[in-house]
Write a protein that binds this ligand. Structure first.
Ligand SMILES: C[S@@+](CC[C@H](N)C(=O)[O-])C[C@H]1O[C@@H](n2cnc3c(N)ncnc32)[C@H](O)[C@@H]1O
Length: 245
């Protein structure tokens, strides 16, 4: 398994269109900046998005020239996703289908890339990963952005307010490594320890400038802490895995 150097920025920086993100998804920007350059130029590439939800990521990738298939288990989400793609004039480049990520109805070696965000936690991880590996072309990459189990504040929030979270399979570092074993190669990086503290200014006392600055500073604090004390990775909120077939 490749261990990335968290301090190194990636080449080929992508600009993520923030209008396609939901309110809390500022937190996903550094994650997109880590994973999207892995895809390189998307013109003519076939991409599968698992659990597309409202289709933000599928639309973002279609706008970069990819031909995208977005799947989800909820028909109303697929309707929202179609509308979103149409609003951004990429309806022709995205196909949305009702399908289970653990039983993909595609032939082997179909896609150049697969991406999912907060979806594997709803599934049996190994089964979804096996299916992804099967439908990826040799040399293709699967990118999984997932929620981790042990961030203390997030853990408490889930216990108090998210009753359904008991059913979900949040990731430990061991689970991340198990995903890696389904592929030829994998690297992963973990994000957000203290940076979640910025939500105080976003949700409780909404002062945008304090939010932006706190987020910026706490992200730098997290980066340094994770570099100095890699054991802290297990307490992060989000993990991003880049898996190669
Ligand atoms: C938390 S939402 C994330 C949506 C989207 N990826 C995003 O980041 O905005 C999880 C989505 O995964 C879908 N989902 C859950 N289990 C699934 C499965 N086995 N196959 C396909 N989609 C699934 C849900 O219906 C939901 O739309």
């Amino acid at each position: 398994m490749r261990e990335p150097d968290a301090s190194q920025p990636r080449e080929n920086a992508w600009t993520v269109e923030t209008g396609l993100l939901l309110w809390w998804e500022d937190f996903y920007l550094p994650i997109f900046e880590y994973v999207l350059p892995e895809m390189g130029a998307l013109e003519g590439k076939k991409v599968l998005e698992l659990g597309t939800g409202t289709g933000g990521t599928a639309t973002l990738l279609a706008k970069q020239g990819a031909s995208v298939v977005g799947i989800d288990l909820l028909p109303f989400r697929l309707d929202e996703a179609k509308e979103r793609a149409a609003q951004h004039n990429v309806a022709n480049a995205v196909d949305f289908s009702l399908m289970d990520a653990t039983q993909l109805a595609f032939p082997d070696n179909t896609f150049d890339f697969i991406i999912s965000k907060s979806v594997l936690v709803f599934t049996e991880h190994a089964q979804a990963a096996k299916e992804c590996c099967r439908v990826l072309k040799p040399g293709g990459k699967a990118i999984f952005i997932e929620n981790m189990r042990s961030h203390p504040t997030v853990w408490l929030y889930r216990k108090l307010f998210l009753k359904y979270s008991r059913e979900l399979h949040y990731f430990s570092l061991r689970d991340v490594e198990a995903i890696g074993r389904e592929f030829e190669e994998m690297e992963h990086r973990e994000f957000h320890l203290f940076s979640l503290g910025a939500l105080f200014w976003k949700r409780i006392i909404p002062i945008p400038i304090f939010y932006r600055w706190t987020l910026h500073i706490l992200k730098l604090v997290d980066k340094s802490l994770l570099r100095l004390f890699p054991l802290l990775k297990r307490f992060c909120w989000i993990t991003a895995m880049i898996c190669c077939k």
